[in-house]
Design a protein around this ligand. Sequence first.
Ligand SMILES: NC(=O)c1ccc[n+]([C@@H]2O[C@H](COP(=O)([O-])OP(=O)(O)OC[C@H]3O[C@@H](n4cnc5c(N)ncnc54)[C@H](O)[C@@H]3O)[C@@H](O)[C@H]2O)c1
Length: 465
Amino acid sequence: MKATKLIFAAALLLAAACTTSKQASDGILRTQVPARPAGQEHALELTVPALDTVRIGIVGIGMRGASAVSRLSFVPGAKIVALCDVEPDRVEAGRQTLLNRGLPEPAGYSGSEDAYKALCERDDVDLVYICTDWIHHVPVALYAMEHGKNAAIEVPAATSMEDIWALIDKSEQTRKHCMMLENCCYDFYELSCLAMAQAGVFGEILHAEGAYLHYLDPYWDAYWNNWRLDFNRKHEGDVYPTHGLGPVCQVLNIHRGDRFKTLVAMDTKSVNGPLAVRKRTGEDASDFKNGDLTSTLIRTENGKTILIEHGVLTPRPYDRMYQLVGTEGYASKYPIPQICVRRGQIETAAEANHEDLDQEKILSREEIEALQKQYPNPVLTPELEALAKEVGGHGGMDFIMDYRLIYCLRNGLPLDMDVYDLAEWCCLGPLGALSIENGNRPVEVPDFTRGAWNRIQGFSYAFAE
Ligand SMILES: NC(=O)c1ccc[n+]([C@@H]2O[C@H](COP(=O)([O-])OP(=O)(O)OC[C@H]3O[C@@H](n4cnc5c(N)ncnc54)[C@H](O)[C@@H]3O)[C@@H](O)[C@H]2O)c1
């Protein structure tokens, strides 16, 4: 009897060691990397056969889904064939949007949290576009890919390492796209700085910063079933890292010649989080986990650093930081776009006035505009820019993202963002939590490509011949 108990305890310990973190003698925490099943290949530069019209089913027609219905209805070659939400009135509102534009009536699914299954099982859907709360992203995406559909998922697509690996494995097995809808990669300034960085204007980029600093107190009540504040209450780490991380990872060629190696996360104590809950429910909420501000530092294989911040609980101006620090220049976006380059800077001690802290020459608005003209981003044609500004979606960036997704699918091209981008940008949540829970120790970031991070050299967009 005793021996059975001992074997049982040993088995439990082994299972715990496999599913949680391991700590090696170097003090770095490591998570389990599931072996790639035999016969399964990486999904780098994945393509699916070109589609003349991309037939879309949208799941989750809340605030974000409703604007996706409207935006996608303007994208050439996109056709919305089905809508799904737990709440029937949200499906009806989406249907009305399409009918008001004179477009065909979509099929509607609602009434339960499983209603999306019938949408995914349809024969006439090529792309399932997922705008639910965070908990429902992954089950819908997995079911969609299992049923032969490509999946596009709102940010953050996944919030646990298990879910991240499940999406990677499903995309690799089914050879279907699994893209995260990271719209901030398509904002005009970021597009422009990416083109300048690729042309070498800033030299070698050594450090980058990004953030999601947005005071959400006025918005908490707008989310379905209070999902967003609830998630922050239950989780530590940067729970919304991808707006800050996506654009700088494209500049730094992550899994296209460089990769994340380790990260360290730190957060402040929770003050306004519990207050936000108490204000709404009267509950004590002293169990609130997310700090008012979370900072994560990443170091890459090639010796670069990235700082990512998350702060949604304290009153402050909206800010995604977006900063590039290169050997020859610098760019940042907030509160106003600033660029400087070595040329024109004070270079010698004889010229320098140590009392004057404003000597570094920031380019004027006209000079920045001239640089932007000199180094256009190939995605941003004048026609697309005009249409994006007309349709809108955070000033147009959301439309450019949708346009590129549909364009690539219609032309059988790899998408701008693959399932490994999704994994790298989402892992800050669970891995940052692991760091915080273990006294801010460094955590190894797995190579989500499982050995292929150096195969592609440099981030680029695909275009039809
Ligand atoms: N990229 C951006 O700029 C941006 C901006 C805002 C929100 N988002 C993301 O968009 C997503 C949705 O956010 P939101 O602000 O629209 O939230 P929301 O609460 O307004 O909408 C969520 C919707 O999902 C529906 N839903 C939940 N479970 C479902 C299920 N199983 N099947 C069908 N429908 C289901 C709910 O009924 C609700 O209508 C989140 O992932 C969020 O992070 C992205």
